[in-house]
Design a protein around this ligand. Sequence first.
Ligand code: AVJ
Length: 320
Amino acid sequence: ASPLPSNTVSRRPAHGSAAVIAEISEGLLADAAHTSPKFLYDSLGSKLFEAICELPEYYPTRTEASIFAAYGADMARAIGEGASLIDLGAGNCAKAAALFPLLKPAQYVPVDISRDFLLGAVAQLRQRFPHIEMTALGLDFSSGFALPDSVRAERRVFFYPGSSIGNFSPEQAVSFLRGLRANAGEDGGLLIGVDLIKDHAVLNAAYDDALGVTGAFNLNMLRHLNDLIGADFDVGQWRHVAFFNAEKSRIEMHLEARCPLTVTWRGGERDFARGERIHTEDSYKYTRQSFVTLLEKAGFAITRMWTDPDHWFAVIHARA
Ligand code: AVJ
């Protein structure tokens, strides 16, 4: 039991497993240093991401929410009641909870790498929706996962909102989606949100906001790495860099060394020159057509697409 009230950030360092340490070390030691964006989400990182979603510049969350608000009933008709709704990267579970009254799922299965944050959210949700069976899974699903037997086998519908699919390269996305399709079974499906290519200034501002919340979110990864691998990153020596790479159709986030420095961690060490970067996240942007093609490559059959009037964001229902 934690001595801290549940609404405070846990200060207990969460040391990474040997596999996590190996994964991070390998990325930090690569010629072009990189880390997986999943390490952005410790308890504080999840809260900073919630704050990002409130920013005027960060249009994806509110644009997607406007699509759910306008077409939620339509989506529920396409999907049908009584599904097992498997929410990938559920976070605070707010997006799925907003759909419960329309979708009427029999079971809700939120999955998130930020386990403590997820369990807090689910505890509140159980009070509000006592008739929905809830099975929270605190795990990393980014490299594929097997669902436990407690998840009903019939009518599995994966819910993957927020354009989180954008963290995968298109090739990785196809194989990840193939895995979902295999797990969904014949009567299952997918409800997925995807961010669309738009004016580059809009894209850039969304990942480099005036308040610096996205910068804090990115820099917080260094604190998380300090916990996970016993590193000695000094956050003040780094700066947030984010920009749209049009050639690759993705936002890139990096952390850039402000001065020459050395980082040491359990089993490793690296020098960084001034201006040298760690690539922390990609967020791929698609056209409606390019994303439909990607879903079809993964074997899904598209039933419906919903979008906002500006075509900034799309929500798609696909059958396995
Ligand atoms: C949670 C992956 C959808 O790419 O927009 C927000 C994460 N990174 N601001 C995104 C993020 C910087 C977000 N996803």
